[in-house]
Design a protein around this ligand. Structure first.
Ligand SMILES: Cc1cc2nc3c(=O)[nH]c(=O)nc-3n(C[C@H](O)[C@H](O)[C@H](O)COP(=O)(O)OP(=O)(O)OC[C@H]3O[C@@H](n4cnc5c(N)ncnc54)[C@H](O)[C@@H]3O)c2cc1C
Length: 378
């Protein structure tokens, strides 16, 4: 029996679909891809519509809903080739740090802007010399009277060009022992903070993935997340499972879209007097992908339920990301094959999917790091 909340979610999905059809039609997505950035007006329109910060509690202007709504957004993005728009990073990856760990002042100051789109969020962990090994980060915060002084640099930061607030991870000088990671709130116009290149990537063209530089950035003590330094690693560990589940959701959505496109194409395309889908090789391969998509969706439902109950652990979220994104990259690669030369033409959405999907086994923790986390639970 559908519940009242299922009905509300279905209504959200429908209105979201109408909103995206209007705000992000294929021509607009193409322009964003060419500009390597999504228009700020689209972010603001998304805020007005109610697509930003949906997890933010109602008292701070959000919908106060759960991860199923984020899933609906990511699935809608995957359905229409919108995987370059950094809304999931803003909504599902960065905003929860403020929601879960922000002080009352930090929440009051930032969450309404997260919801309206006036403050686009980024989270900056990765550095040129430290990606998988986060503890190796060298960006450092040193206390100077009533301020923190931060020096260092970050790389591959999603929403890096557009962010109005960066959640910056830095090793922090502690009074009572070795340095520990803290997360700092760095406003986009803070003196000493500069943005480097909007990086030239293989796919997800509309995503403004960037280098960020911090040179003697002075922050008030109140700009450390939760108000207490040294808690960053625990805060990251608590929220990374949700990020990984989100990447799996988007990945599965992209694989499903590739399957739909490939079934359509192979039904139409003729060779040797029959459709490509009538070759057993094609049908068996697509049957395998359909099986993987179906199993993947069931596991995502399971993980979503665990997350809603506060029980999604690092190993289980890693299984979702590992298994689904590996199936995604492999499955989309096989789909390209069925398009023949057309699969290599940029005007075919399958080619864009081929490029956009490849990052999924790398960002948010590589497949090898996922295996490491799963292995720890053996
Ligand atoms: C498009 C894009 C968007 C991104 N967005 C963000 C963002 O918004 N914020 C952010 O902080 N970061 C972001 N990242 C960074 C991303 O999370 C890292 O690239 C990723 O975690 C891998 O780190 P690395 O690139 O330094 O690779 P490395 O850590 O150098 O890894 C290189 C290889 O070594 C393997 N390896 C490393 N350690 C081990 C081990 N212990 N055992 C076995 N193999 C190992 C890895 O699996 C990988 O295959 C983004 C990256 C990209 C490309």
């Amino acid at each position: 029996m559908p519940t009242e909340s299922d009905e509300a979610l279905a209504i959200f999905r429908n209105s979201l679909s109408a909103f995206l059809n209007k705000t992000a039609p294929p021509k607009t997505i193409e322009r964003w891809n060419q500009n390597k950035q999504v228009d700020r007006d689209a972010w603001l329109a998304a805020g007005e519509f109610g697509m930003l910060g949906v997890l933010v509690p109602e008292e701070h202007g959000g919908l106060g809903v759960d991860f199923r709504y984020e899933r609906a957004i990511m699935e809608a993005f995957a359905e229409r080739g919108l995987e370059g728009w950094g809304v999931p990073v803003h909504n599902m990856i960065a905003a929860p740090y403020l929601i879960e760990h922000g002080t009352p002042d930090q929440k009051t100051q930032w969450l309404p802007k997260v919801v309206s789109g006036d403050a686009i969020l980024a989270i900056a962990m990765t550095e040129p010399g430290a990606g998988s090994d986060l503890q190796g980060m060298r960006t450092r915060a040193v206390r100077d009277g009533d301020e923190w002084v931060i020096n260092g640099s970050k790389v591959f930061i999603s929403n890096g060009q557009m962010a109005n607030l960066v959640l910056l991870c830095a090793k922090t000088e502690m009074e009572d022992g070795p340095d520990k990671i803290s997360i700092f709130l760095v406003e986009g116009d803070r003196a000493g903070f500069t943005r480097g290149k909007n990086l030239d990537k293989v796919g997800r063209d509309a995503q403004d993935t960037s280098e960020l530089f911090f040179e003697d950035v002075r922050l008030p003590l109140g700009n450390v997340l939760s108000g207490v330094p040294g808690k960053g690693f625990a805060q990251l560990m608590a929220l990374l499972p949700q990020e990984r589940l989100g990447i799996a959701v988007m990945g599965l959505g992209m694989l499903e879209r590739a399957l739909t496109l490939t079934v359509e194409y192979t039904k139409e395309r003729q060779a040797f007097g029959q459709s490509l889908l009538d070759f057993q090789n094609t049908a068996f391969s697509l049957a395998d992908i359909k099986t993987e998509v179906t199993i993947g969706r069931a596991f995502l439902d399971h993980c979503t339920n665990l997350l809603l109950q506060g029980e999604l652990d690092a190993a289980t979220a890693s299984m979702a990301k590992l298994w689904i994104t590996e199936r995604e990259v492999d499955g989309i690669n096989r789909c390209v094959q069925f398009f023949g030369g057309y699969g290599w033409m940029n005007e075919y959405p399958i080619a864009q999917l081929y490029k956009d999907s490849r990052i999924d086994t790398i960002h948010g923790g590589t497949s090898e790091i996922m295996r490491l986390l799963i292995a720890r639970s053996l």
